[in-house]
Design a protein around this ligand. Sequence first.
Ligand SMILES: [Zn+2]
Ligand SMILES: [Zn+2]
Length: 458
Amino acid sequence: MSSDPIRYCSVGEVSRIGASAHYLRLGPYGFLLDAGLDPQAEAEFSVPDYERIKNEPVHAILITHAHLDHIGSLPVAIRYFPRARVYMTPATADLTEHMLRHHLYVSEKKARERRIKFEPLYTDTYLESIRYLYQSFDYGVPFPLHGSGDKQLRFTFYDAGHILGSAGVLIEWRGRRFFYTGNTRRSAQFLLRGGKYPRQVDVLITEATYGADEAAEKTSMRKEVARFARLVAERLRFGGIVLIPVFALGRTQEMLTLLQRLRMQDRLPAVPIYLTGFGLQINRIYDRLLHKIYPQYNHGTLRSMLFGRLKPGQRIQGPAVLLSTSGMMIPGSPSYGFARELAAEARNGIFFVGYADPETPGGLFQQGHLDRLKSMLGLEKIAARIERFYFSAHSHRRELLQMIAGMKPSQILLTHGEPQALHWMEQAIRRQMEEADVFIPRKGRWYELLNGPIGTTR
Ligand SMILES: [Zn+2]
Ligand SMILES: [Zn+2]
């Protein structure tokens, strides 16, 4: 082992979209990249294995974006590593506060409904006390490890094009460059522009969400938008309601922007657009902060598009479009409740527009398991039109390969993907970049980097 070892350990999930958390040790320094939570798992299993690194130094926690699978265990990580600096972009800091508080609220509600004791990972008061630790930096502005005085160490956030505030993080240390993509999309979405990446890096830790998705790669955005417009318009003509299950953060704002654009182009009739609960709060944050990143963006744009807020149980009349969380239609969520109400009627539509974990209702549908979906929804028949559209906040796999090739890394660690996704990416990189050392790390194992081929160290 060299005198200043560079080591890596994934303390969170690798081969699932679960809790993201990576530990990177650069000589005397230790960094935690993301502090996620598995939103599907029960509390004690949902948190990364921080025990694994509790005797390691953690000088900074770098947060890439405010989705729960990247921030959900941040309060726990801060308790483990109270002296760590916490770095993120300004928008991520704002969103993180809201997301964590909302998660607490939702978990408490769930516990109450199931009549089980609520044992939160953190409290409201604790959240209040840690928000002052967040230090935020804009894209493209290098910053040091505060308090270290080390001129050979610096960090830079790169716009990741995934959601508001999302970033990839470049760590430069003694002339070596390490880049962690977080979640990323290289080409523009409807609202956000595409991601940006450093020119050259030595080690790349990249997501691989869509590695197994051939259809996503083959879909042309223009054609997909046309298909979406045509099918939504068709449901609305029949007087139906189109339910679009969405994540509150990201997908909601992107889909609102698309719907508004289609209305302006007369490709959709001007029917009411409804939104449930938490997405509205996130809209307000987008409306307040997005213009700081994109000066052309007008305050209040998202707010002005909506017809109204809808509460679960409240009935609406078609024709209408309804955006509702969760994007995966998880049982108990508003979109799950609305789907049960709307699925039996042929004029309605349920249109999925983002990633869904394979075992969720959204995922079952995407794999064509309509029978299992029926039993999960508790319905005799599904008559509504059910469709899937490839509007993602992640790069498809070809785009990921282009991104990787552009950074010319000598070592590549693949994470944040189902096993098939990781393996497809691994094979494709081996074919395309013969020089590069590509690796799928195992959770909890230690790897030494930039010292010959990647292998486990202990
Ligand atoms: Zn994300
Ligand atoms: Zn993620």
